[in-house]
Design a protein around this ligand. Structure first.
Ligand code: HEC
Length: 159
């Protein structure tokens, strides 16, 4: 009987998780699956900073318009296929508010160290279950990453 229940759940979940568009899929079952995954790796992962080479990113109080402009160029080529600037999902989550949701270190680490972060970050794993696509590493230089971060800040209204 128990087995049948489990099978039924698995079927229901796989139906729920077919699209990246809906936010209503965070069921308890999803959570448990995610916890199981992360519990395999009880390392000292810091969810605020992420993991990678950036430990401290200094942001100016004001926007660096030049950097943001450079960042836009990279966005157009390497990111716009999957990310909108609004809060709407495309392949990946929309970027609106991302610079407020995430610490600058987290963003810089994620976009330069994508695979390791995807393996370790519980929130990314939850997004992965919704989007069903692993963000590919974009081979960004440190400079490009910093420019992109500035562009995200501009998109979030920093002036
Ligand atoms: C092939 C599609 C694809 C491309 C290209 C892509 N991303 Fe992503 N991105 C994703 C997906 C999907 C996620 C959600 C996490 C996951 O499932 O891997 C994501 C998540 C993110 C996040 C976290 C967003 C949040 O709200 O937490 C950031 C930041 C990000 N991407 C930045 C970038 C940058 C910068 C580029 C370009 C250099 C880029 N992405 C290119 C698919 C993509």
């Amino acid at each position: 009987m128990k087995k049948i229940n489990q099978l039924f759940y698995a079927a229901v979940i796989s139906f729920l998780v077919v699209s990246c568009g809906s936010n209503t899929q965070k069921t308890e079952d999803n959570k448990t699956a995610q916890e199981e995954k992360t519990s395999q790796d009880p390392s000292s992962y810091d969810p605020k900073r992420g993991t990678g080479k950036f430990t401290k990113v200094d942001l100016g109080e004001k926007l660096d318009a030049k950097m943001a402009e450079e960042g836009k160029k990279v966005y157009d080529v390497k990111c716009s296929a999957c990310h909108k600037l609004t809060d709407e999902k495309l392949v990946g989550p929309g970027w609106k508010g991302v610079s407020e949701r995430r610490a600058p270190e987290w963003i810089m680490n994620f976009i330069t160290n994508t695979d390791e972060m995807l393996n370790k970050d519980p929130e990314l794993q939850a997004q992965l279950e919704i989007c069903l696509v692993r963000m590919p590493n974009q081979s960004l230089s440190d400079e490009e990453s910093r420019h992109l971060l500035e562009y995200m800040r501009q998109n979030d209204g920093v002036k």
